[in-house]
Design a protein around this ligand. Structure first.
Ligand code: ADP
Ligand code: MG
Length: 432
């Protein structure tokens, strides 16, 4: 057998030689803190609640113990042995891919089940008795009710992105699924944040969970620079264009609040970008699954450079090329800010996040700043008129519409970038 782990930081986590080899082939040389903390405990068989910010390698922290536990002992009756519940279809695919990468060398098979895809091919795959299933709660329940997925032989249940699953209303589905899992199972729960609903879920469905908290107070990743623009609703699109032109991002995600808004910005960007209109794409929950899959593939391959997205779909996307996040609409919930921004700066790479804040949205910005315990820096693009001529005029149109009519004259501020490092009192600095 090839010597394993020559100096590999994964050596002491209790992984078998085969798994260590797969980890090495995946190119992981050092475990991330959440991996170093979670893997040995999960292999030991205890229930673990792992809290860590996005981009810290939570997927491998549960995939590796699942692999170890399933290869250590044979399963019973060909039934499913581990299930991973995830909030979105994209994450289901991502987790399945990570599983397949790390399971190389073992005989374990993993199937992803999610809505929007014909159920027939999933039924066929499930009929071949995969050991591991990754799925969205709705589709998992669907398979359970058809009898194409039975949970009686489950050994490990994992809830990935538990906070998000609860946010988007999966609680009843998750509870239904958990109630059908054997009592003797092991439960792993991963979450970027642990608000009370997640804690409640853990109390109710986990057995004496060990809580491993790797979220420092500084929630937003340190390698991400974070700025905000004060901008009138009517000027947001022009600002976006200017920003993309100035920054030439390697890859960017532009977050919008609504599906309609996402479509609109996408169409306008395609129309306006003279060069390479097809390097822009959009993704949201109303698009056919085949379209979403294609867009994600093109984004991952770097063919799409600017992806306009809603929160639900944007969350959890792990594409290492993402250099820029633009919050075209300021997120409604503070946690969404953390998740959006976490799409860049993956694994210590550098990234930058810009948030567009309209004069009315000051309080939302403050809430975000309190949540991440950090002040965002205000920035301007020299010469760009970001506000309407009269800042006291009532805000006109609803956000993100009809801004072709806004050739506002002079900016109310000097047209130099305000990259001031000075930390004045918040309320004063917040001159929106
Ligand atoms: P999270 O679920 O915490 O948001 P992911 O599991 O999606 O994070 O991991 C983020 C990225 O880091 C992925 O591209 C993954 O392949 C990579 N990664 C995970 N663990 C390691 C490691 N130990 N060394 C290097 N890269 C890693
Ligand atoms: Mg994750």
């Amino acid at each position: 057998m090839t010597p394993v782990g020559d100096g590999s930081g994964f050596d002491n986590l209790g992984l078998s030689p085969t798994t260590l080899e797969a980890v090495r082939r995946a190119g992981y040389s050092q475990p991330t803190p959440v991996q170093a903390g979670l893997i040995p405990r999960a292999i030991a068989g205890v229930d673990v609640l792992g809290q860590a910010r996005t981009g810290t390698g939570k997927t491998a922290s549960f995939v590796l113990p699942i692999l170890e536990r399933l290869t250590a002992a044979p399963g019973r009756d060909k039934g499913v042995r581990a299930i991973v519940l995830v909030p979105t279809r994209e994450l289901a695919v991502q987790v399945r891919d990570e599983f397949e990468k790390l399971a190389a060398g073992s005989h374990l098979r993993c199937v992803a089940v999610y809505g929007g895809k014909p159920i027939k091919s999933q039924i066929d795959k499930l009929a071949k008795h995969p050991e591991v299933v990754v799925g969205t709660p709705g589709r998992v329940l669907d398979h359970m009710s058809r009898g194409t997925l039975m949970l009686g032989t489950l050994e490990i249940v994992t809830l990935d992105e538990a906070d998000r699953m609860l946010d988007i209303g999966f609680r009843p589905d998750i509870e239904k699924i958990l109630r059908r899992c054997p009592q003797s199972r092991q439960t792993l729960l991963l979450s970027a944040t642990v608000p009370p609903p997640v804690a409640k879920l853990a109390t109710r469905y986990m057995y004496e969970p060990e809580i491993l908290d790797f979220s420092t107070n500084e929630i937003a990743v340190e390698t991400i620079e974070q700025f905000y623009f004060t901008v009138a609703p009517t000027r947001k699109f022009s600002l976006l264009e200017k920003l993309l032109e100035r920054e030439e991002p390697r890859q960017a995600i532009v977050f919008c609040r609504t599906k309609r808004g996402t479509d609109k910005i996408h169409e306008r960007l395609q129309r306006r970008r003279k060069v390479a209109a097809d390097d822009v794409a959009c993704i949201h929950g109303d698009l056919a699954q085949s379209v979403r899959d294609r867009v994600m593939r093109q984004f991952r391959e770097g063919l799409v450079r600017v992806l306009v997205a809603t929160d639900v779909v944007g969350r959890g996307i792990d594409v290492s090329g993402v250099s820029h996040i633009v919050n075209y609409d300021i997120p409604e919930f503070c946690d969404d800010y953390v998740h959006r921004v976490g799409r860049t700066g993956r694994m210590g790479r550098e990234g930058v996040a810009y948030t567009f804040v309209t004069p009315e949205e000051g309080p939302q910005l403050t809430r975000i700043e309190m949540r991440i315990d950090k002040l965002l820096e205000r920035i301007e693009i020299p010469g760009f008129v970001a506000l309407d001529p009269s800042p006291t005029a009532p805000a006109v149109q609803p956000a993100a519409s009809g801004e072709a009519t806004a050739p506002a004259p002079t900016p109310p501020k000097p047209a130099t970038p305000l990259l001031g490092k000075k930390r004045g009192p918040k309320r004063i600095r917040r001159a929106l």
